[in-house]
Ligand binder design. Sequence first.
Ligand SMILES: [Zn+2]
Length: 398
Amino acid sequence: MAHDVAAGPHRGRLAIRNLGLVLSGDLDAPLLDADAILVVDGRISAIGKAGDLDLDGAEMEIDAKGSAICPGLIDSHCHPVFGDWTPRQNQLGWIEMGVNGGVTTLVSAGEVHLPGRPKDAVGVKALAITAQRCFQNFRPAGAKVIAGAPVPELDFGREVYEELKASGIRHIGEIGLGTVAKGPDAKRVVDWCRELGLESIMHTGGPSIAGSHFVNRDDVLEAQPDVVSHINGGPTSIAHAHIRELCEKAKGALEVVHNGNERSALVALEAALEAGRLADLLIGTDAPAGSGVQPNGVLRMITLLSSLGGLPVEQAFCLATGNVARTRRLDAGLIAAGMPADFVFLDKPQHSAGKDLLEAVSFGDIPGIGMVMIDGLIRTGRSRSTPPSNTAPVVLGH
Ligand SMILES: [Zn+2]
């Protein structure tokens, strides 16, 4: 179990060659015509054909051996507490295992699994600020955990949100996990957050094990949060017709999670496509949950939406990378100049019936990961959670 204090990014020049496929994370151009990337001081400096780039003088060189590369995956919805421990499953190392599943950034939807979590304003503020500060200083296997998501309660006035904003908190936890759940109350909180520049997210569907309330279509439509959290249920789904209505009328991002209802996730995909809103569709896990922690949860959602939902694989990857980063304003999620060098090297799993990564995933096979890099630092070699990838990168000179 790695307990890495947040370190700076990789220093110097890093050259990556022989990429077989570059998935950009950008829905407008999900595949790039490139086979090499130059990283300088932990950020992408240039992408293109090796012959067109100045890759000389790199202190480190990686031969991708034909592997594909995608931006580090972003889990739009998880419930960390402190460190790399989850009291929900009494499990250690779940975030590190998530990195093995290609996740390099995790967004907290509330630190609600803390045993005996406070519900008074002072306690909720203290917990959120402490969680945020702790994860700024502590990155399990290098993962960037964006924590500090206070859960709204009915007796919190506007001043509570003002203080949270002033303390550096960027988003609230799921509306509906506390006593604020119904339309008018939720709308009041969302309006305050919007005025203050706090991002708002809202539980959707039946109650979860954490003791949340039922939040239905009408509550979401009245509140209009920035993110409709787990539109496919967390884990209990609203009716398919109501999912379709939210995909048309809810203004915020639409999130589907691994620990939700899988059939409802496919309904949400179909409805989002019909509404021309694929760019608003996000992938999360809602891990840890009653059904456990799945290190491959984000990869499994990408595979579900492409293999059963018919979404082109290169677009499905965008739902867990560029879409999340753009709608939630994160410094991540794209293979583009200036972005952090958060990379997943991946390929079809060995002996897949698919001829390459894209076909394997479209057949429903989970990809194999050969390496994960965060801020230019290698954080895993061959994954401990995916099947073995057909190819894996090697570090030259080592
Ligand atoms: Zn929820």
